[in-house]
Design a protein around this ligand. Structure first.
Ligand SMILES: *Cc1c(COP(=O)(O)O)cnc(C)c1O
Length: 361
């Protein structure tokens, strides 16, 4: 039986050609033509003026927070249900991540619960476009304007998704992307910050390269080494050439899952709000109480049929560094949610096989 993974890089375009070009020319480190090319093309694809490439998505978030001057004594609002990198990036600055429960319908941060936890220490909000579905950004942007907060979009799972016709990453002050191996676009490891604020872009470029001034080896501040390599950018550029194709495959597969699972009782499919164009980073479902078995048992059944799957993230409030009480919606989503095989290399037959295991037929 063929093994069906949850995710795998789709490298069918110019990835090999551009990567070999780096090796043949010996430009494999963090200088070279592919870096500005990838930054320019990715930022314009997303509708932002500036792209600052970095070494991974976690560093993209940390760099954005650091460049905005967020640090010790500050608070940053994040969703309880996210990948741990969102919380950790805040913690790295010395600021405190303040958790907000999920919206039952979209699985994203419940924007109606943000206002009540804002204090004079709150400096920023990080909405996370979870599993490829954009957050409801209008209420967040309005609140941020009213209360003078920065908005950093965590777009690690939502390359190419849009909110009311605007691509994610171009709405807040900064948009942060990851190009990890299982993301919609991959460079192996990698990330990017987008902004349309030129001063902020310059500040991020300065901090990501050890805070070096125009005078070589003069470092007026403590910066970081968050540079991407030309080799990564080469792969990223080739990936970007095929982004429409990659997203179309995700959407096609989501439709196949929907068709094959529609008669299966006890399953809630992924949402798509009228304001959203989701990109289905993962094909996610919720197993409700009336489903024929629990989530962990289904994962076991899939595994014995050579099919990989993932549970939803464990919410931040259940992790020792961020432990606290409450958050009924995210706890419930986390318990019921499962990510199904989401590779763009899947064939219709593969999805059919996954769905027949789920249906127990
Ligand atoms: C993947 C991911 C990140 C971090 O990206 P890395 O490149 O792995 O550091 C951040 N936030 C979310 C929501 C993610 O899914």
């Amino acid at each position: 039986m063929k093994f069906i993974p949850v995710a795998e890089p789709d490298l069918r375009g110019n990835e090999r050609k551009y990567a070999l070009e780096c090796i043949d020319s010996s430009w494999i480190s963090s200088l070279g033509k592919y870096i500005p090319a990838f930054e320019d093309k990715f930022s314009s694809y997303c509708g932002a003026a500036q792209g600052i490439s970095v070494s991974n998505g976690t560093n993209a978030l940390h760099l954005a927070l650091a460049a905005l001057g967020i640090g010790k004594g500050d608070e940053v609002v994040i969703p309880d249900l996210t990948f741990v990198a969102t919380a950790n990036a805040v913690a790295y600055t010395g600021a405190k991540p303040v958790l907000v429960d999920s919206d039952e319908k979209t699985w994203n941060i419940d924007s109606s619960k943000i206002a009540e936890i804002i204090t004079p220490k709150t400096k920023a909000v990080i909405p996370v476009h979870l599993y490829g579905h954009p957050c409801d950004m209008d209420p967040i942007m309005e609140l941020a304007k009213e209360r003078n907060l920065y908005v950093i979009e965590d777009c690690a799972e939502a390359h190419g998704a849009s909110y009311k016709g605007k691509k994610v990453g171009s709405i807040g002050d900064v948009g942060c992307f990851s190009f990890y191996g299982n993301k919609i676009l991959t460079t192996g490891e990698g990330g990017m910050c987008l902004t349309s604020d030129e001063n902020l872009a310059e500040r991020m470029r300065f901090l990501k390269d050890h805070g070096m001034s125009k005078r070589r080896y003069f470092h007026p501040e403590i910066g970081f080494n968050y540079r991407m390599t030309n080799l990564q950018a080469a792969i990223g550029l080739a990936q970007l050439e095929r982004i429409d194709e990659i997203i179309a495959a995700k959407i096609r597969n989501a439709k196949l899952y929907r068709d094959f699972l529609k008669s299966c009782e006890g399953i809630t499919l992924q949402p798509e709000e009228p304001y959203a164009k989701t990109v289905y980073w993962m094909h996610s479902i919720l197993l409700e109480d009336k489903f024929r078995c629990n989530r962990d048992l289904l994962m076991h059944e899939l595994k014995s049929n050579e099919i990989d799957s993932r549970p939803f993230f464990i919410p931040m409030h259940e992790l020792p560094p961020y432990e606290q009480e409450g958050f009924p919606v995210s706890s419930d989503l986390s318990r019921k949610g499962i990510n199904l095989p989401s590779s763009t290399l899947l064939e219709e037959e593969d999805i059919k096989r996954v769905c027949s295991v789920i249906s127990g037929k």
